[in-house]
Design a protein around this ligand. Structure first.
Ligand code: FAD
Length: 457
């Protein structure tokens, strides 16, 4: 039983490094990833036949991307890598995986969960109009397919990705109409002492802002979204209030928005890992120690799936979790390496806290969401309907509110609307968001064809 191959879910920076560490120790891990190629979000590879070189695709991160790709390609003979494989359910000892239109069971004893993160959004009136994307979605269009989402694009929200994606579009020749940040400039200035610990990462952020301004692109802080307006069934303008409270209207043919990232925690939930509210990230996160061990034996967490920390930290965490797994299997593991990894992870946690202070999740926007705003687009539930259901039926917990309103019950299982819905509910009941609990993970954690759900092999 002890020689059963460990499983790694996710082939981003965390999963790739975990797999390489296990392979170096002589284990041949099974690596499952729903994407067609390794690299994860940041080092996503272009499809076969695309010829853009590393510098054009990954900018400052080109050398890191090449190193990760080369290392992962180099261990192909020592691992069992299964791309295009979605893990849609996890039961004790068994993973249910969709690949090639069939669902198969993969037995596991030890699993490293490295599923990464997704965009965190706050709905606003008109956000479901065609032409409106998340920041990550807009980036994937550009990075993966070399497509722009529009020719006059407004970038709105907050967080490092806001400036990075706007910069990538501007550099690629895309039409950036404006970059509108909900965080007031003063909050960023206050966070500078902590941000300095980020070294080159902080410097890159400053560079992106400077490069946007140098191209004459308006960059505004402290804005408040009002609404997106449509024409001919697509977004045509964005209305917002500037820092002084004046309402402004910007013509556009596309909008990309997001307010930081949320960890993908459903697999940890299905593995019965306990969760706790994380005040820095403002999200319930699975419990794990610095080594990535969870309270559930044989279940380890690495990378953004255990808490947002960025790509470099994800690699370190992937190696640390793999070493924890090896230690738990009785392998000899070098103590100086463990200490170095943990020191580096602690240092990055400090920088992460500073980033959260520089780009705080604007919970007040969710709390004050106008009643007519569609909160759950899968089920077409407005913020007003959600509030009324919660108040009328005494739903003082997010899963009860979901049952009474259908908010979070559709295809995305609350992955999109959940974070904002918890804040809307808390504000409606005048309670702190952590009292609302979290939407329980339910299989399938991502949409799968009906024909597959009942036919396991
Ligand atoms: C859309 C998006 C764009 C980003 N762009 C940048 C950027 O340009 N620069 C930057 O510095 N940071 C970026 N980030 C943050 C950065 O990607 C992460 O900090 C870093 O990639 C984390 O590495 P990871 O290995 O933890 O997760 P990821 O890189 O996200 O990798 C997770 C992997 O797990 C796979 N996976 C997830 N769930 C399942 C499942 N159920 N079954 C099978 N496979 C699964 C995914 O396909 C993915 O390959 C981005 C984040 C997002 C969400």
């Amino acid at each position: 039983m002890n020689d059963r191959a460990p499983v790694v879910i996710g082939a981003g920076p965390a999963g790739c490094r975990a797999a390489a560490t296990l392979a170096a120790a002589g284990l041949a891990p099974i690596v499952l990833d729903e994407a067609p190629a390794s690299g994860g979000q940041i080092y996503r590879r272009a499809p076969a036949g695309f010829t853009r070189h590393y510098r054009a695709l990954y900018g400052f991160d080109a050398a890191r991307a090449r190193r990760l790709h080369t290392a992962f390609d180099g261990i192909q003979g020592s691992i069992d890598y299964r791309p295009d494989t979605l893990v849609w359910d996890l039961r004790r000892g068994a993973l249910h995986c969709l690949s090639g239109g069939r669902s198969r069971e993969v037995a596991y004893r030890d699993v490293i969960l490295a599923p990464g993160a997704r965009d965190r959004i706050i709905p606003f009136p008109g956000w479901t109009l065609p032409g409106i994307y998340t920041l990550g979605g807009a980036q994937i269009a550009l990075k993966y397919q070399g497509c722009a989402i529009g020719s006059r694009i407004v970038f709105m929200g907050t967080g490092p990705l806001l400036y990075l994606v706007a910069y990538q579009y501007a550099k690629a020749g895309g039409g950036v109409a404006a970059v509108l940040d909900t965080t007031p400039f003063a909050a960023k200035r206050r966070a500078v002492p902590g941000l300095l610990s980020g070294g080159s990462t902080f410097a890159k952020g400053l560079w992106y802002v400077a490069a946007l301004r140098a191209r004459g692109i308006p960059v505004a802080n402290g804005i408040r979204p009002v609404a997106a307006e449509g024409k001919d069934a697509a977004v045509a303008a964005f209305l917002y209030r500037d820092a002084a409270g004046t309402q402004r209207r910007l013509a556009c043919d596309a909008l990309a928005f997001g307010f930081g990232l949320s960890s993908e925690t459903q697999l940890a939930d299905l593995a019965e890992v306990p969760f706790a509210f994380d005040a820095v990230q403002q999200q319930f996160l699975p419990e794990r120690d610095l080594a990535g061990r969870t309270p559930v034996r044989g279940v380890y967490l690495a990378g953004d799936g255990g808490g947002i920390a960025g790509a470099d930290a994800a690699e370190l965490a992937g190696e640390r979790a793999a070493l924890a797994l090896l230690e738990d299997r009785g392998h000899e593991v070098g103590k100086p390496r463990l200490a170095a990894l943990e020191r580096a992870l602690r240092q990055r946690a400090g920088f992460r806290a500073a980033l959260e202070a520089a780009f705080p999740f604007p919970a007040e926007l969710a709390a004050g969401m106008p009643d007519e705003t569609i909160l759950c687009r899968c089920e077409g539930v407005t913020a007003g309907e959600f509030r009324r259901a919660a108040r009328a039926l005494d739903a003082d917990e997010i899963n009860r509110a979901k049952a009474f309103s259908r908010c979070g019950m559709g295809r995305c299982q609350g992955r999109v609307c959940g974070p904002a819905a918890a804040v809307v509910l808390a504000a409606a009941l005048d309670l702190p968001p952590e009292r609302m609990g979290r939407l329980r993970g339910q299989p399938p954690i991502k949409p799968i064809p009906m024909a597959v759900a009942g036919t396991h092999e």
